[in-house]
Structure formats: C-alpha cells, structure tokens
Design a protein around this ligand. Sequence first.
Ligand SMILES: *[C@@H]1O[C@H](CO)[C@@H](O)[C@H](O)[C@H]1NC(C)=O
Ligand SMILES: *[C@@H]1O[C@H](CO)[C@@H](O)[C@H](O)[C@H]1NC(C)=O
Ligand SMILES: *[C@@H]1O[C@H](CO)[C@@H](O)[C@H](O)[C@H]1NC(C)=O
Ligand SMILES: *[C@@H]1O[C@H](CO)[C@@H](O)[C@H](O)[C@H]1NC(C)=O
Ligand SMILES: *[C@@H]1O[C@H](CO)[C@@H](O)[C@H](O)[C@H]1NC(C)=O
Length: 463
Amino acid sequence: MGVLDLASSRAAAATVVVLGLVLSFGVVCNGGKTSSFVRKVEKTMDMPLDSDVFKVPPGYNAPQQVHITQGDQLGKAVIVSWVTVDEPGSSSVLYWSANSKKKKAEGKITTYKFYNYTSGYIHHTTVRNLMFNTKYYYVIGIGHTERQFWFITPPEVGPDTSYTFGLIGDLGQSYDSNKTLTHYELNPQKGQAVLFVGDLSYADNYPNHDNVRWDTWGRFVERSVAYQPWIWTAGNHEIDFAPEIGETKPFKPYSHRYHVPYKASGSTSPFWYSIKRASAYIIVLSSYSAYGKYTPQYKWLEEELPKVNRSETPWLIVLMHSPWYNSYNYHYMEGETMRVMYEPWFVKYKVDVVFAGQERVSNVAYNIVNGICKPVKDQYAPVYITIGDGGNLEGLATNMTEPQPDYSAYREASFGHATLDIKNRTHAYYSWHRNQDGYAVKADSMWFFNRFYHPVDDSTTAE
Ligand SMILES: *[C@@H]1O[C@H](CO)[C@@H](O)[C@H](O)[C@H]1NC(C)=O
Ligand SMILES: *[C@@H]1O[C@H](CO)[C@@H](O)[C@H](O)[C@H]1NC(C)=O
Ligand SMILES: *[C@@H]1O[C@H](CO)[C@@H](O)[C@H](O)[C@H]1NC(C)=O
Ligand SMILES: *[C@@H]1O[C@H](CO)[C@@H](O)[C@H](O)[C@H]1NC(C)=O
Ligand SMILES: *[C@@H]1O[C@H](CO)[C@@H](O)[C@H](O)[C@H]1NC(C)=O
C-alpha cells in the first residue's frame, strides 16, 4: 500500500527509539520532503469473484495458477508450479529452446486442507540444467488440456552483468492491484524478474481465511508470473494462523503453493534462503519466523553473509517483509527487534539495499547512527526501501510521523511498483512508478552506488 519515502542521507545505525522520544518532546527536525501528491483516499475494492482476471482457463482439468520462480542458486533451474482441480493429472513439464530438443521434467503433487477448504492438486516441477540467457518454451497439462508458456533464463552470474528487477509488494486482488500489475507489465523498463516483498493474496482478510482467494490470486497474477520468475518473501498475510478454526500451522497455504529453492543455499526452511541472479546476490529473510540468537534463521544468516563473493556478485540485496525504517504511523517500529539483531551485520558486510514490504508504507530510509535528528553519514550502510504499495484492500496510509525524520528523504501516499536497473558493478538505477501516472513516468528515482566497489555518497542523487 501506498507511500514512498526516500532518504536524504546515508547515515549509520542506532536508535529510532530515541528518535521517537525526541519527536514526542516536539523537537523540530528538518527531514526530507513529503510529497504533496495524495491519491484520493477511498476504500479500495476487491475485484469480484466473476472478474475477467479470475477466469478459469477452458478445458477439462486445465492447469491454472501457473507460476515460476528460480529453482537453484545460479539461475540454471526453474520451479514451475500450477494447480489442477478435476483430477491430479500429470506433473510433467515439456520444455525446449530454439536450438535444443524437447525434454521432459517430472515433479510432485501436494494438496492441503484449511478449515473446510480443500485445495486442488498443486504441482511443483523443477526444470534443471538450463542454458543461461536463453528463451525456453514450456507446456504443462500433458494428457489433458495443454497450455504453453515461455521464460528467459538469466545471464550467467558475473560481476558486470546488467539486469533489471521489478519490485512489488502487498499486492492483494483489488482493482488497484490490477492497476499495479498492468503498470508493471506496460513499463518500458519492465523487470526481467520480480522481487516480491510479501503479502500475496490477502485471503486471510476473508471469513475463515477463505482459501478460494488464494486460487483467485493465483489466476490473477499468472499473466506475469508464468513468464518471469517472482522471487518470494513471506509477509504477515502469509501466516494464516487461525487457532479459532483449528488452523495452527503457520504459513500452511503459502508453503504448499509457493516453493522456493531454499535447500540450494543450505537453508532448512523455505522462509529464508538466497539466490544469485546475474550480478546480484539476493538474501530473503522472514520477519515472522524466529530470528533471535541461536535460532535457525540467525545461524543460517551468520554463515550466509561471509559466503557472498563481491567479485562474483557485486550487488548484495536483502528482501524482508517488515521494514526496519519507516516514518508512517502504521507499523511504525514493527521491524525494530530484527533491526537490532541484524543491522550490524548488514553494515559489516556492506549490504547495498534492503527492500521491504508492509501495507500502508513505502519508505526509503538510511541507517541512523546518533538516533536524534542528525544522522551521521556512513558510506557503508545500506539504503532501506519499502515497497508496500501494490494495491491491497486495506486502504492507503496517509498518516505519517511528524516532523519527517532526517532518515526519511521523500515519502508519498499512492499505489505503484518499482524497478531496480543494475547497470554494472558500480551503478544501479532505482525508480518508483505510481499507478496514477503514465506508464513511463517515474514518480521518484535515484542512482545507487555499490557499497563495495563505489562507496561514495549517493544521498543527493534523488530526483
Ligand atoms: C465453509 O464454511 C463457511 C461458513 O462456516 C460456509 O459459508 C462455506 O460455504 C463453507 N465452505 C465449504 C466449501 O464447505
Ligand atoms: C485488469 O487489467 C487488465 C489489463 O489492463 C484488464 O484487461 C482487465 O479488464 C482488468 N480487470 C479488472 C477486473 O479490473
Ligand atoms: C570470488 O569470485 C571470483 C570471480 O568469480 C573468483 O575468481 C574467486 O575465486 C572467488 N573467491 C572465492 C574465495 O571463492
Ligand atoms: C495518526 O497516528 C497517530 C499515532 O498512531 C494517532 O495518534 C493519530 O490519531 C493518527 N491520526 C489520524 C488522523 O488518524
Ligand atoms: C557503469 O554504469 C554507469 C551508468 O550507466 C556509467 O556511467 C559508468 O561509466 C559505468 N561504468 C563502467 C566501468 O562502465
């Protein structure tokens, strides 16, 4: 949901807590700019069940909700997932490129129950040993109704490979969600893969977490995610913890439907993992799994960060759902305990950028060191960007902390998506696109300079 907030200075870590106290005493800080653009605040409406975007594909047992994600650490494998409803059918994926023979990969079927809902047959098939930078066609539904799609594999992992990521979060299935996805698809600088920062279907907003809304969401986003991989992060709307109706296993629908290559990075859980893609090393964390000292996530991250070889992947990107910095009142300081645990590592290992989600906030903030109003600049601290503005039902956040803190350079309330265009080992271009604008209009943009190769001050490059 929607707001953008861009930092004014690359400052180093410390206490937003202290900042909060200072603010409550009315000290005036001169932070950045709050955009005068305010989207008309109205109740966002979910698209009804009979909407065109939710249509079931024709044919007996036709594969639906088709989606792909990276299937290994390097980008030579793809996980293809889909649902069949009438009968299990086949989990085979038939695939080929222009200059290769047709091959077949076999997968597995899973199902789950949630309260009185029973899922369709959920297929997950990993296609391996693909060539880099190659267009592949694939067909699923063999034996019954066949459907054909395609994807392009990423270039080989290497330090100067350019690559464009789309950034979407908190999407939901409202009319605004559809506008966000349409804008992303029509953006001339559209990403080659999406970094999705959590909160997919918002099925949990419906009575008994109506899991039919997981199916409608899967059909809605198929038009993008069947053709380019979306890299998944779990958000709070994926928890689906509902003891009142006997559902006590967190993440049940999400973990059955969305598989990720977590084992390839030595992780023991699908909620935290890493991949390499082109010149980027992407670490996905779970804001809603244990992250304290001695927990599996903590131990994994502790061993993971030293593995990043910046000669191979100059760009170190972290995805998580709950932002560590935001200056909107809603969700303010929700990410604070995780920040306290992991921020020193992020500075030490020179993380370039942290993308987070969280409805009603979109925020870019730098690491603060003195905790009051004047951050101390730290060239090695990451930049923090919140993209929680896909268009979910919960409406738009316009209530921001006042005065605007120094760590926040720009903020705005509206729906949209972003892109991160990595040019080479030193330069990447970030831009944010609001739904109300034309397809090529950037509401906000800035150059990022790599923290390892080019750790100069990029705080004045926001346009
Ligand atoms: C599940 O239960 C709800 C209310 O308790 C009811 O409205 C709905 O029709 C039921 N769904 C199924 C598939 O039985
Ligand atoms: C969703 O967006 C697509 C593409 O712009 C459009 O064809 C479709 O009619 C929209 N559906 C709804 C329910 O808004
Ligand atoms: C880091 O990556 C570079 C480039 O791929 C490679 O030459 C070097 O051996 C790697 N270093 C380690 C410690 O693996
Ligand atoms: C904005 O948020 C603050 C802090 O949560 C709250 O006290 C205030 O009432 C809110 N203002 C509006 C207009 O919602
Ligand atoms: C990296 O990309 C930036 C932006 O396009 C460009 O200005 C710079 O010259 C490039 N660096 C190299 C070494 O090509």
